[in-house]
Design a protein around this ligand. Structure first.
Ligand code: 5AD
Ligand code: SF4
Length: 442
């Protein structure tokens, strides 16, 4: 039996895709191994969102040359966004790559592997699709803790934010049949999973038409939440322009829908937001934040932000800092702007903020956010939360960690608790990243 080894970089969507790839290949008789030394094929599922993501993959490919010297039969394939972006060009630039497969072409993988092996040729398949959702594929849960799993509910993106390569690497937006989503959630629950995360680039535009009926994202959430009141439901990512009160209402009315919203702000400046083609301004964004707090006062809010987008001035950067001070995020993914080929920004704007200015602005955002996260966590001291236990704490075997509904990590002494259980934990101390608590008798 030929064995494949899959390595995944980038977003949660990519991790979900790798599980589809594993499933597709297992069905064709391939084995999946966690030991690269045993592998006949190494598949690297790649990210193209920033230049440094691609540089990391190129470095990894250089490292893999040593592996190929030990095993000359080893074939390396590139999947995902970088495969789509660079297509067969990637095999010219990186000689040790034998095949390149884009995100909508994974069904062709078994055939491509055969070609590569039996004909000794190189192969690329990067056609994007307007319909592929892999909805009939039951993913093989890779590296799973058996407790939480991803369910991909839609693919692609057509918002065309000026900085973003995703519409070019993942194609048009399409939603997956809700019945297959609910069936997957039910199957996970029956296998003992306690948490599912519904994934899409912009889940708020999920839409499925079935004759007269339309299933939108709030309705889909309701159906998944109904699978079991003891199965937690999370989702990512929301676009602020489409975050509806209807969704907030559904979230508030189910205890098992987690009280956590990831709402990428990108910038606090209205001029930047317009230039980024985000379709909202800071007032709209703050109105959505107010709506979240109105429906769910205990909801945590997280974000993405970009420092130093084209022509960003010092005042505009200050507006981003002000936005962070107003919203007081629980967590933020913070990035320096990286110009990407083919995007609107690359065609029409100039990457004119010097790198040292981007770095300094990013550091200012990181410092402010670190302070806010610590203060937010200090507010948690004394509160008791239901925690879904995920595993052993990284620091000590005597401690376990889990998350509350707000997605905050809580560490506590293990006693006789097991991963997968729900326990009540009272927060007694904290850092900026972690809450430390004590078990409370049920
Ligand atoms: N440069 C920097 N950050 C980017 N992001 C997307 N494109 C770029 C880029 N070209 C960030 C955005 C997005 C997150 C997934 O990555 O903040 O929300
Ligand atoms: Fe995910 Fe975007 Fe990176 Fe593609 S480019 S892997 S969609 S983060």
């Amino acid at each position: 039996m030929s064995k494949i080894y899959i390595e995944t970089y980038g977003c949660q969507m990519n991790f979900a895709d790798s599980e589809i790839v594993a499933s597709l290949l297992q069905k064709e008789g391939y084995g999946v191994t966690k030991e690269i030394a045993e592998a006949d094929y190494v598949l690297i599922n790649t990210c193209a969102i920033r230049d440094n993501a691609e540089q990391r993959i190129r470095k990894r490919l250089r490292e893999l040359r040593a592996q190929q010297q030990h095993n000359p039969q080893l074939r390396i394939g590139i999947l995902g966004c970088m495969a789509e972006r660079l297509q067969s060009q990637l095999m010219v630039e990186e000689e040790n790559v034998s095949f390149v497969v884009g995100p909508d072409a994974y069904r062709r993988l078994p055939e491509l592997l055969r070609q590569v092996r039996t004909l000794g040729v190189k192969a690329a398949e990067t056609e994007l699709s307007t319909t592929e959702t892999y909805d009939d594929i039951e993913p093989v849960r890779l590296n799973s803790n058996g407790i939480s799993a991803y369910i991909s509910i839609m693919r692609g993106c057509q918002n065309y934010c000026a900085y973003c390569v995703v519409p070019y690497t993942r194609g048009r937006e399409r939603s997956r049949d809700p019945e297959t989503i609910v069936a997957e959630a039910r199957s996970l629950w029956q296998q003992g999973y306690k948490e599912v995360t519904l994934l899409g680039q912009n889940v708020n535009s999920y839409r499925w038409k079935d004759g007269e009926n339309t299933v939108d994202f709030p309705e889909l959430m309701r159906r998944v939440a109904e699978v079991s009141p003891r199965m937690r439901v999370r989702f990512a990512t929301s676009h602020p322009k489409d975050l509806s009160d209807k969704l907030l209402e559904v979230m508030a009315s189910y205890d098992n829908i987690c009280k956590c919203i990831h709402l990428p702000v990108q910038s606090g400046s209205d001029r930047m937001l317009k230039l980024m083609n985000r379709h909202y301004d800071s007032a709209w964004y703050l109105d959505r934040i107010a709506a979240i707090r109105r429906y769910m006062p205990d909801c945590s809010i997280t974000t993405d932000v970009i420092a130093g987008f084209c022509s960003e001035t010092e005042e505009e950067h200050q507006m981003t800092l002000e936005m962070f001070s107003k919203v007081r995020y629980d967590y933020a993914y913070m990035f320096k702007f990286s110009m990407r080929p083919n995007t609107y920004a690359e065609k029409h704007l100039v990457d004119d903020v010097p790198d040292e200015v981007k770095t300094r602005r990013l550091e200012e955002i990181i410092a402010l956010q670190g302070q806010i996260a610590l203060e937010n966590n200090q507010q948690e001291i004394g509160k008791t939360y239901e925690v879904l236990v995920e595993g052993e704490s990284h620091r000590s075997k005597e401690q376990l960690f889990g998350r509350n509904s707000q997605n905050k990590v809580i560490v506590f002494d293990r006693h006789d608790v097991l991963p997968g259980q729900y326990v009540r934990v009272k927060v007694v101390r904290c850092t900026a990243a972690t809450l430390i608590g004590e078990l409370v008798d049920a």
